[in-house]
Design a protein around this ligand. Structure first.
Ligand code: SF4
Length: 317
């Protein structure tokens, strides 16, 4: 056990350093997909239309549960990312083709066949494309709204390096319901984990600016990964920064090292600490706080949106 922040309640269970407990604790265990769930139908649909999902590309531990419920998070703009964050499993390199203009239509058709009520779309970073993929995001949102007018659309975007304002105008012009951009980690670790191109302050600016320019009530959202070497107080500080920039929804989840080439896990954050984060987030005024070991930015995203809009507030898993 270790104390990881001066503000935490001393009576709660605290983090397990990975050096002392290399194997996953019991609260990180996930269920395998069951044969009678919708997992295999979702897989067939997505692969049949040559679409990518962050669920597979990032080796998300929740894939059995999410696909089993008939949901998934689409990854547009290809499978090769022009950045190389130290915690992320998505393939990094130089993409060999421009964005596929038919991808938005194929994605909308699959989302309609899945009968999604809330569609989450993310992407790789495309620093090689002049608009950084903003036009492709807008086309995808428009295709979804045409095909599934009842569904809400959430975009989890990259930082649109050097074209931020234009890219935001393009994306928000297509009227997504939720604008999500992950801050990922605390200020002290940001450059070390994300590389010199990414900026903690730029991420905050992007979230604030998206809400400023939207001519309708846009929900903004961000996510924090824990277990990268941060303290609990730094996590709260990051939540405070997000609230100061008008963010409505925050997600907090445990980092899992996807391969030996990626940064090592620093600690297993205890479920009591996730509950403490939730309480701190609630006190800061977030509309919804999803905080738990297996929480990911897109985990039960439909419920996160509903919680924020109905004022149901914080949820911990
Ligand atoms: S949490 Fe998100 S990325 Fe993970 S399986 Fe579910 S929808 Fe996919």
């Amino acid at each position: 056990m270790t104390a990881t922040g001066s503000g935490a309640n001393r009576s709660m269970e605290t983090s397990l350093p990975v050096a002392e407990r290399p194997r996953r604790p019991e609260w990180m265990k996930v269920r395998a997909p069951s044969a009678d769930s919708r997992y295999y139908d979702v897989k067939k649909l997505i692969h049949g239309q040559s679409l990518h999902t962050i669920c597979e590309e990032a080796r998300c531990p929740n894939i059995g549960e999410c696909w089993g419920r008939g949901t998934a998070t689409f990854q547009i703009l290809g499978d090769t990312c022009t950045r190389a964050c130290r915690y992320c499993y998505v393939h990094s390199g130089r993409p060999d083709s421009p964005p596929d203009p038919l991808e938005p239509l194929r994605l909308a058709n699959v989302a309609a066949q899945m009968e999604l009520q809330h569609v989450v779309v993310t992407s790789v970073d495309r620093d090689d494309v002049p608009d950084r993929g903003a036009g492709h995001y807008a086309a995808t949102i428009r295709a979804l709204k045409a095909k599934l007018p009842q569904a809400s659309v959430e975009v989890l975007t990259p930082d649109f390096l050097d074209v931020e304002e234009d890219a935001l105008q393009t994306v928000i012009g297509a009227r997504p319901d939720v604008f999500n951009h992950n801050i990922e980690t605390v200020r002290r670790l940001h450059a070390r984990m994300r590389g010199a191109k990414a900026s903690y302050d730029k991420a905050l600016w992007l979230l604030q600016r998206a809400k400023e320019i939207a001519p309708y009530p846009l929900l903004t959202k961000s996510g924090i990964i824990v277990g990268l070497g941060e303290t609990n107080d730094e996590v709260v500080e990051t939540m405070r920064d997000l609230r100061a920039h008008g963010v409505d929804v925050v997600t907090i989840g445990q980092y899992l090292q996807p391969s030996s080439k990626h940064v090592q896990i620093d600690r297993w954050v205890h479920p009591d600490e996730f509950r403490w984060f939730r309480e701190q987030g609630e006190a800061l005024g977030f509309g919804s706080v999803f905080s738990g070991p297996l929480v990911r930015s897109s985990y039960r995203a439909d419920e996160q949106r509903h919680a924020a809009e109905t004022g149901r507030g914080a949820v911990a898993y």
